[in-house]
Design a protein. Structure first.
Length: 251
């Protein structure tokens, strides 16, 4: 029995989609919070291993986990993240779980970000893509100049979950302007299920329709996100995105 059938039961023939294991866009996950105890993601090593095993069961072969770095809340550094990664790798090896795991960070654009960037005290995905997020309340006034600074520093700016910023829902052209500045966009997979609300789902689908998504990621923090991933397989726009393709498979 396929993974899809075992999770969701039988469907009419025309409604049956492949399992997540069959979708190459899922084979590398570039956004998650799986190093225990350093941000709002998993808090224990046992939880970390449980979540990683669940991701492997869904067909994920490589994980690039991305702890938060925020000046006021999560004062992580590349060294803290790398040490935490080593601990996770050791436990995975001990438990004989076959998955490639690496780490970068998700940077919150605050007063501490540019000093870190200018000192090259940052940790990017494959030393290339710098994942960043902004406030959910309002966009920073200097967002475009920050994107330019990231590019000048030698990185490719990658905006996390743009579909979750409600202040742009009625200003879709702002997403297009961000793309024009040279930034790439990373979609949260669970947005397609309505996990973050109808607005995020609608924007996510529109971005896919306009071929604006460069990467896809789980943004997995814990069990609820993993449960959401198990449901997303039935979303038509996920399969449309799979047909268009994203950059995950090149990592």
């Amino acid at each position: 029995m396929s993974l899809f059938k075992s999770l969701f039961g039988s469907k009419k023939k025309e409604d049956v989609y492949p399992a997540l294991t069959d979708l190459s866009i899922f084979h590398t996950d570039i956004h998650s919070h799986l190093i225990p105890g350093i941000d709002d993601g998993v808090q224990t090593m046992a939880e970390s291993i449980e979540m990683i095993q669940g991701m492997v069961d869904l067909g994920i072969k490589k994980i690039i986990t991305t702890p938060h770095i925020m000046s006021d809340y999560y004062k992580n550094t590349p060294d803290i993240i790398r040490r935490g990664l080593d601990d996770v790798r050791k436990e995975l090896h001990k438990q004989n779980i076959a998955v490639e795991i690496d780490a970068a960070a998700e940077y919150y654009i605050d007063e501490g970000f540019l000093p870190k960037l200018h000192k090259k005290d940052v940790i990017a995905i494959q030393d290339k893509y710098l994942l960043f997020e902004i406030s959910y309340i309002n966009s920073p006034d200097n967002l475009h100049s920050i994107i330019f600074e990231i590019i000048v520093a030698g990185y490719v700016p990658l905006l996390a979950h743009p579909e979750r910023y409600p202040f742009w829902y009625n200003k879709f052209e702002e997403f297009q302007k961000i793309k024009e500045t040279g930034a790439l966009l990373q979609l949260n997979t669970n947005s397609l299920t309505g996990y973050y609300g109808g607005g995020a789902k609608a924007i996510a689908e529109k971005m896919i329709d306009l071929n604006m998504i460069d990467f896809i990621g789980s943004d997995l923090h814990g069990q609820r996100h993993l449960d959401g991933l198990r449901k997303v397989v039935s979303e038509k726009h996920l399969h449309k995105l799979a047909a268009i393709g994203v950059k995950n498979s090149s990592l």
